[in-house]
Design a protein around this ligand. Structure first.
Ligand SMILES: NC(=O)CC[C@H](N)C(=O)O
Length: 317
């Protein structure tokens, strides 16, 4: 069986260079346009990063460009809420099963009498935000931001342009928030929760931030650069389970089949893959496939998983 790297070496660097070269000219997919800001992000941008649990990292392409975290934020809010309420409460109040429907589906909610099924569809993500124990929206936000900062190892900020763009166009999410309330799965004021959720999606991150956040999960919840704990060790497995089952929406199965790793994507073009105990891969490329996942990001992750033998299931020759 081919060796799996545990630190950045020449093989890792070469694989990164190769993945950029191979897929940089791929023009498939389209930027998200239902959030006006996202349509205006240059489509050619492409960055790929890898970080090992020893903190070594390598990056190629546009890894310093700040993009909107979008749905990848759901992973880190989940981390905080798991630390507060524990995996049993999370599983019984939200769940860990695929809906089989798009991330913003109302039909999925209706089919399951309002139970969101998992924290990575918009309904489940808002229910997760509502589970957080806080008296005010500001307190709710402060806790979320503090957790994200621990994962990233620096102070992340909200891109106000993204927030305004999303807040003006998030009527569908507001509808979902009210539906959750009507079915008894919203545990705080629905509009306040929807606003906090919209804010968390508007946090600006670079590929470097994202890979650090992922490497923190790979490293059992401790940021490999800062040495600080961001989430309890025993909550990492529940997070990775959710990523395995639901990380790429209704095409998570296709992703797992090809990449063999827990992952998470966002409509801002970011994508993250975690190799527990080893490393994380992050990529950023705005054009998305029909399900909302970065096209080039998926290709880069698949290529790296195969070339570096990172998959949890496959044994590549
Ligand atoms: N898939 C995503 O990245 C969706 C996030 C986006 N803010 C939304 O609520 O629709």
């Amino acid at each position: 069986m081919k060796q799996r790297p545990t630190t950045v070496d020449s093989t890792v660097k070469q694989a990164l260079d190769q993945s950029l070269q191979r897929f940089a000219s791929n023009q498939h997919g389209k930027n998200a346009s239902y959030i006006p800001y996202l349509a205006s992000v240059p489509s050619h941008l492409f960055g790929i990063s890898i970080m090992f649990c020893d903190g070594t990292h390598a990056e190629v392409g546009d890894t310093d460009y700040a993009f909107a975290i979008e749905s990848i934020s759901k992973v880190f809010t989940l981390a905080h809420v798991l630390d507060e309420v524990g995996p049993q409460a999370l599983r019984s109040k939200i769940g860990c099963d695929p809906t089989g429907e798009p991330f913003n589906s109302v039909i999925a909610l209706e089919l399951h009498k309002g139970r969101p099924l998992n924290p990575f569809v918009n309904a489940g993500a808002m229910a997760t935000v509502s589970l957080l124990e806080a008296d005010t929206a500001q307190a709710r936000w402060d806790q979320i931001q503090a957790t994200y900062n621990l994962f990233a190892g620096r102070e992340l900020t909200v891109n106000d342009e993204v927030y305004q763009s999303e807040a003006k166009t998030n009527q569908h999410n507001r509808g979902i928030a009210w539906l959750l309330q009507s079915y008894g799965y919203m545990y705080a004021d629905p509009m306040e929760v929807c606003a906090v959720y919209t804010r968390q999606c508007s946090v600006a991150i670079t590929c470097h931030d994202l890979v650090t956040m992922g490497a923190t999960l790979a490293n059992g919840g401790v940021n490999p650069i800062s040495g600080k704990r961001a989430v309890r060790a025993n909550n990492v497995a529940p997070i990775l389970s959710e990523m395995t089952l639901n990380g790429l929406y209704d095409t998570t199965g296709d992703w797992y089949y090809k990449v063999g790793l827990p992952g998470k994507s966002g409509v801002g073009g970011g994508i993250l893959a975690v190799v527990p105990g080893v490393c994380a891969i992050a990529a950023f490329a705005p054009p998305l496939d029909g399900a909302g996942n970065s096209v080039r990001g998926q290709l880069a992750a698949e290529y790296l998983s195969r070339t570096l033998n990172l998959s949890l299931l496959h044994e590549f020759a």
